[in-house]
Ligand binder design. Structure first.
Ligand code: NAD
Ligand code: MG
Length: 345
């Protein structure tokens, strides 16, 4: 069993006298910065001069510096810019300003796992990874709750790295929910695997196939959208709350019987698992990471064309029209898509 930590295991006092620089002010960045400050920590923000978030962070009352200056001033540096740009920003602006006794932290292990960033000995390296989007990290904190987090210590130079990491996570509210210990190695590989095979890659392709089969068979696209895409959330919410048995309890026995009969027919387990193992092998040997880094260096031509094609797919067009017509978005109110987003977080 993975080790769990809660508020009683965390001492925010371990951050006393330490200046924390949050690098980046996007989804995670703004949430970490605001929550830590509300928890009594000394927080500054490091950004690109002229970037969009500079004014936003200042309006939220933070002292904002260029990344190199923020790194120089800070004792703890949290990297919350996009994973694919972190290595370049690290070598140009952070590495020269890291000193012995500092800590560098991440919310995802990608750059450490694939050795894109190799911090010097003498510096603590840890991960504080909320298992939810930044806006939920902030929203729950304000309501006295928190998002569960993963903690990992990659390099314990001070001998106190775990205590500092746990204090940091308490500061963003994660200890209110629970903190699970892992390694940046395992977090990175399981995170990439989950999003590629099940959560994003798997689910999107499954929904798309179902939608296409019904439409190609002559059914109304609106019907196909409802059955194969819209209802996904209702099913997943039931599983999230009570497991698969609870979901099966809520659906009809006909649906449950169909699940047993047709699930393995659509997804023959041995073949699907062999495909998944091939994806896992690419994650483990670094070939997926290499491909993603190359894609960014090459102007993201594959990525952008996929994104453009998806936007033109009938399921997206029909879905948009339906969402605009229907009242389902916020338990009956016709307010904007934002509510749908936060409801689904
Ligand atoms: P984001 O896209 O919301 O924000 C990234 C910020 O970095 C933006 O403000 C952007 O302007 C800035 N930025 C981009 N390139 C830059 C550059 N070259 N120099 C300086 N600033 C730059 O990203 P996010 O979702 O907050 O992700 C940040 C980290 O948190 C990543 O490591 C990610 O894996 C991790 N994470 C994200 C989530 C999530 O659900 N969003 C959950 C857990 C962990
Ligand atoms: Mg993830």
């Amino acid at each position: 069993m993975a080790k769990m930590y809660y508020e009683k295991d965390c001492d925010l006092g371990k951050l006393t006298g330490k200046k924390i620089a949050i690098i980046g002010y996007g989804s995670q960045g703004h949430a970490h910065a605001l929550n830590l400050r509300d928890s009594g920590c000394d927080v500054i923000v490091g950004l690109r001069k002229g970037g969009k978030s500079w004014a936003k962070a200042e309006a939220d009352g933070f002292k904002v510096f260029e990344i190199s200056e923020a790194a120089k001033q800070a004792d703890i540096i949290m990297m919350l810019i996009n994973d694919e740009v972190q290595a370049d920003v690290y070598s140009a602006e952070i590495a020269p300003n890291l000193s012995e006794g500092n800590a560098i932290a991440f919310a995802h292990g990608f750059n450490i796992r694939y050795k894109r960033i190799v911090p010097p000995a003498g510096v603590d390296v840890f991960m504080a990874a909320p298992k939810g989007p930044g806006h939920t990290v902030r929203g729950l904190y304000v309501n006295g709750k928190g998002v569960p987090c993963l903690v990992a210590v990659e390099q314990d130079a001070s001998g106190k790295c775990l205590d500092i990491a746990l204090a940091y996570i308490a500061g963003i509210g994660g200890a209110r929910a629970g903190i699970m210990q892992t390694t940046m190695h395992d977090e990175t590989e399981t995170d990439l695997f989950g999003e590629q095979t099940v959560l994003c890659g798997g689910v999107v392709d499954l929904m798309q196939c179902g939608f296409e089969v019904l439409v190609e068979a002559g059914y109304e696209p609106e019907n196909a959208y409802f059955e194969c895409i819209h209802e996904m959330k209702l099913i997943v919410d039931l599983i999230n709350k009570g497991g698969i048995a609870a979901m099966n309890y809520s659906i009809s026995d006909t649906a449950e019987f169909g699940e047993y009969v047709s699930g393995p027919r659509v997804l023959p387990h041995e073949q699907i698992k062999a495909n998944m193992r091939a994806v896992l092998a690419d994650i483990q040997d670094g070939s997926f990471a290499g491909r993603w880094i190359a894609e960014n260096k090459n102007g993201r031509t594959f990525f952008n064309s996929k994104r453009d094609n998806l936007a033109k797919h009938q399921m997206e067009i029909v879905g948009k029209q339906l969402r605009e017509q229907m009242l389902w978005r916020d338990e009956g109110s016709a307010s904007g898509d934002k509510n749908l987003d936060s409801a689904s977080n």
